[in-house]
Design a protein around this ligand. Structure first.
Ligand code: PGA
Length: 234
């Protein structure tokens, strides 16, 4: 059983989501399927798919114009929320500390945060990938051990670029994340791989040790691309 999560980013429409959910009706899979969609498309799950958001406020309520609280996401039917995605870190200056507070807010509202960590190309070339991944986990995961979480390892240089790390690079990163989580009292936390996942590489990636599923961007937008990823593994 794997976790197959889609990240629609700022794409799609409510009609496109209905089409996707209808297309999933006859897909028989033991896997957990999640679609993280823009706020305006959030709804309760159906046909074996749950929805999630792509960001959340760290605050509970109040004068934060334009922000959305975790409780509001839950009220709209979401069960999950991505926090600390590379694009949020890059375009909205989100630090590990900010990501941690958002993850905690999600947990407090009964949502499962999908906490993203990963290195940039500069960090990789400077030989700092493992250090960045480990500190990303240590500093972005709430210290409170209560509440379920999911980690997504997303090498930032590979996202949307059609690039993927080698299998041994993915294995090394996931083993490090699993060890780090265990030392934090969170052994057994699912660890997803994300960046340039498609039908052609999904099964191979999910056969790597400590890869419990995938976070899929571009290839999650259309049923013809996403369903073969869901059915590529059991
Ligand atoms: P991609 O995006 O699959 O298009 O590379 C992954 C992500 O950003 O989660």
């Amino acid at each position: 059983m794997k976790i197959i999560a889609g990240n629609w980013k700022m794409n799609g429409s409510r009609a496109a989501l209905e089409t996707m959910i209808n297309s999933l009706r006859d897909v028989n899979t033991p896997n957990t399927v999640i679609l993280c969609v823009p706020y305006t498309m959030l709804r309760t799950g159906a046909n074996g798919v749950q929805t999630g958001a792509q960001d959340v406020s760290p605050h509970v309520a109040g004068a934060y114009t334009g922000d959305i609280s975790a409780q509001m996401l839950a009220d709209a039917g979401a069960k999950y929320v991505i926090v600390g995605h590379s694009e949020r870190r890059a375009y909205h200056n989100e630090t590990n500390a900010v990501v941690r507070s958002k993850a905690q807010a999600a947990i407090n509202a009964g949502l499962v945060p999908i906490i993203c960590v990963g290195e940039t190309m500069d960090e990789k070339q400077a030989g700092k990938a493992m250090a960045v991944i480990e500190s990303g986990v240590r500093e972005s995961v709430p210290s409170d051990e209560n509440g379920k979480i999911i980690i997504a390892y997303e090498p930032r240089w590979a996202i949307g670029a059609g690039l993927t790390p080698t299998s041994s690079e993915i294995a090394q990163a996931h083993a490090l994340i699993a060890r780090t989580l265990k030392s934090m009292g969170r052994g057994g936390t699912p660890i997803l791989y994300g960046a340039s996942v498609k039908a052609g590489n999904a099964a191979a990636i999910m056969s790597i040790p400590n890869v419990d599923g995938v976070l899929v961007g571009g290839a999650s937008l259309k049923p013809d691309d996403f369903i073969p990823i869901i059915t590529s593994v059991k």
